[in-house]
Unconditional design. Structure first.
Length: 128
């Protein structure tokens, strides 16, 4: 983007004196191989790699609860409370306790919105 936009700016003579028939060429032509463009690209890449570590670790800490997203609630309720093979009350209590503990752990992992150096991590939706 920087290379294209810089090369779009033509030399001033072409714009200021169109009657002189100057060749239309970029004022300061650069390419992706220009040393300072290469250096800037390397620094930006390095900065992104360094600053993505924390957001990635945070989101990975939520992965242990990923199985909760795939639970078919209707089927679970049917298995627990309906049909011939109703689950015993103790088993239902244990399952409810597991879900309650998971909810508390998820809510305590982090705030809903976290601003890191480069990224805003919004985990509020994950918690729902």
């Amino acid at each position: 983007m920087i290379v294209n936009s810089t090369n779009e700016i033509n030399n001033l003579e072409t714009n200021l004196m169109p009657f002189m028939k100057f060749d239309d060429h970029p004022n300061f032509k650069i390419t992706m191989e220009s040393p300072w463009i290469v250096e800037a690209d390397q620094k930006i890449t390095q900065m992104c790699e360094e600053n993505i570590v924390y957001p990635t670790e945070l989101l990975n800490s939520y992965k242990q609860y990923e199985h909760l997203l795939n639970v078919d609630r209707k089927k679970l309720i049917q298995e627990l409370f309906e049909g011939e093979e109703k689950k015993p009350l103790e088993e239902i209590r244990e399952l409810v306790k597991l879900y309650d503990v998971a909810e508390q752990e998820i809510n305590n992992l982090s705030n809903d919105t976290i601003d890191s150096t480069l990224f805003r991590i919004e985990v509020g939706e994950i918690k729902q």
